[in-house]
Design a protein around this ligand. Structure first.
Ligand code: HEC
Ligand code: HEC
Ligand code: HEC
Length: 471
């Protein structure tokens, strides 16, 4: 054999070249396997919406520091960048898996369930591996640690969560149902696991654990209500087509039905809109089969109430009252809302402005979201390029919002719904204070008193026995 220069190529050099070529091609294969795994890890992290909780407002992605208000106090999310000093750079894959699926961090201590490990417990081994690879190699390390979480006694003792886990953590990974399609199983896996829909949409018991017998029947997320999304035709999404559901998850609204604000807008913005059409379709397929949970208050489908109407006649020639709190619902609507939602609440489809009748926001018997949207507005993505409705917290008083809310429900929604002045004041203040800390302390005092009583009784009995034994 001759080389291109015409000199014979020594056999050894040829062998070397052959091996080098072989080596390079296997290295390339593992490299592309790694790229593939990293891409999958990134997609899974998006599906899990890790960024939403693990990023402070205006902070670096995944560097933690977001305060999460919970009934037992404010929990601050941690830095999960691969920083060796401030993040999870020293986590082994096993430790990462334990944090994600068992709620146990690297030092062996329990995490608080504000980290949704009860849902992530369903994530498969393969997916945990890909997530770990991406967090270690795809995320830029940030070397600043957020403030540590300081909860009031007794919840500052992390071991208390071990008892909670014993009661409420179902650590079993997802097992596919062979009686269902691959699409259904994919949807179930995403909804129950990575997408953790139940952490918002399932009601919780007194100890803040999800009530699995009422899965997806509606729960509270701070001041917002994550509604019933079971297959019930009136209370849930039973009347939605799969295409409408997939569109809602992709775009944040389903025309003539509902739109996403508050925490749901964040879930769409950070996570759901980035999922593939196949995954969104799978989620829709699965949701349509979630056992129906019916609320007797919903005598019609929540998206079917109301009709176009106005009270413009009552406004003509009437001067506005000097006290703004005396303004009528019709005056408030005309002054602040009609420019977008139109005189009769019919909205305008072309302009992306929803009608206020045939809208779950006015048709739901729980009226918190209706008031929250008036207070906070809607704004996502944060750069202002997308859906925008101004908030009126600085413009309208609590009384005005209560009057307007009642007017909207009466004309456009379920007239059985109730809006009160107290409710607006509470929502504006960030919700009702929780008594869980007080209750836990009281429970501990009761337990201590019972223990003391038992000890005293035992001591007395012993003394009596000793007296009896005396001759
Ligand atoms: C709903 C909010 C929320 C979401 C979503 C979330 N986390 Fe967390 N995570 C937390 C909170 C809060 C903590 C700290 C809890 C504590 O201090 O007990 C935490 C802690 C952790 C820890 C332990 C770090 C340490 O050493 O303290 C890891 C690892 C982690 N999260 C990874 C993830 C990953 C990966 C995802 C996405 C798949 C994710 N988290 C999604 C809220 C969240
Ligand atoms: C962080 C909390 C949170 C998570 C996670 C979440 N949701 Fe929501 N969801 C909400 C809230 C709050 C609303 C009400 C939004 C509104 O009225 O503007 C909502 C509304 C909805 C609606 C509209 C229902 C109606 O009647 O208007 C659907 C459908 C829905 N969510 C499906 C899902 C699915 C599916 C998942 C998981 C893939 C999910 N959500 C995850 C909080 C959440
Ligand atoms: C500048 C235009 C604009 C004004 C003014 C406006 N809205 Fe909106 N409104 C919107 C847009 C845009 C949406 C969301 C559409 C979407 O997500 O597809 C919306 C959504 C809503 C929703 C549904 C929210 C949900 O979570 O489902 C309600 C209820 C609502 N508006 C009530 C009001 C009321 C009451 C007023 C007056 C106080 C008002 N709007 C003023 C533009 C406006």
């Amino acid at each position: 054999m001759k080389s291109m220069t015409g000199r014979p190529v020594p056999l050894l050099a040829l062998l070397c070249m052959l091996f080098a070529g072989l080596y390079a091609s296997t290295a390339m294969a593992t490299d592309s396997a790694n790229t593939e795994q990293l891409q999958r890890g990134q997609y899974l992290a998006t599906a899990g919406d890790c960024v939403a909780c693990h990023t402070a407002p205006n902070g670096k992605p995944f560097a933690g520091g977001l305060p999460v208000p919970t009934p037992i106090g404010t929990i601050i999310t941690t830095n999960i960048t691969p920083s060796k000093t401030a993040g999870i750079g020293n986590y082994t894959e096993q430790q990462f898996s334990d944090a994600l699926r068992r709620g146990i961090r690297a030092d062996g201590k329990q995490l608080y369930p504000a980290m949704p490990y009860t849902a992530y417990a369903q994530i498969s081994d393969d997916d945990v591996q890909a997530l770990y690879a991406w967090f270690m190699h795809g995320v830029s390390p940030v070397d600043t640690a957020p403030e540590p979480t300081r909860l009031p006694f007794p919840f500052n003792i992390r071991l208390s969560m071990a008892v909670w886990n014993l009661l409420f953590l179902d650590g079993k990974p997802f097992t596919p149902d062979p009686g269902q399609s691959a699409e259904w199983n994919r949807g179930a896996y995403l909804v129950r696991g990575l997408e953790h829909c139940s952490t918002c949409h399932t009601p919780r018991n007194l100890l803040m654990a999800e009530q699995s017998s009422h899965a997806l029947a509606g729960g509270d997320v701070g001041t917002w209500h994550a509604p019933n999304i079971t297959a019930d035709a009136n209370s849930g999404i039973g009347g939605w087509s799969e295409a409408e559901l997939a569109a809602y998850l992709k775009l944040g609204h389903a025309t003539g039905k509902a739109q996403a604000a508050g925490p749901m807008a964040e879930a769409v913005d950070n996570s759901l809109q980035h999922l593939t059409a196949t995954d969104l379709q799978a989620i829709a397929t699965y949701l349509k089969t979630v056992p129906a949970q019916h609320d007797p208050a919903d005598t019609r489908a929540v998206d079917s109430w109301g009709a176009a109407s106005d009270e413009l006649n009552s406004l003509r020639g009437v001067a506005l009252p000097s006290d703004p709190n005396q303004m009528s619902g019709a005056q408030l609507y005309d002054g602040y809302c009609a420019s977008c939602h139109q005189a009769q609440g019919q909205g305008s489809f072309d302009g992306g402005l929803p009608s206020l009748f045939h809208n779950t926001a006015t048709g739901r018997s729980n009226t918190n979201n209706l008031l929250m949207v008036i207070l906070d507005g809607i704004n996502w993505p944060a750069d202002g390029s997308g859906v925008h409705m101004p908030g009126f917290a600085q413009v309208l008083t609590d009384q005005q919002i209560a009057t307007l809310g009642s007017y909207l429900i009466k004309h456009y929604g379920n007239p059985a719904g109730v809006v009160s002045l107290d409710q607006v004041t509470t929502l504006r203040a960030g919700g009702a204070p929780s008594h869980l800390v007080l209750l836990a302390r009281l429970a501990l005092i009761v337990v201590l008193l019972v223990l003391v009583a038992i000890i005293v009784m035992l001591m007395r009995r012993r003394r009596r026995k000793a007296l009896q034994l005396r001759p």
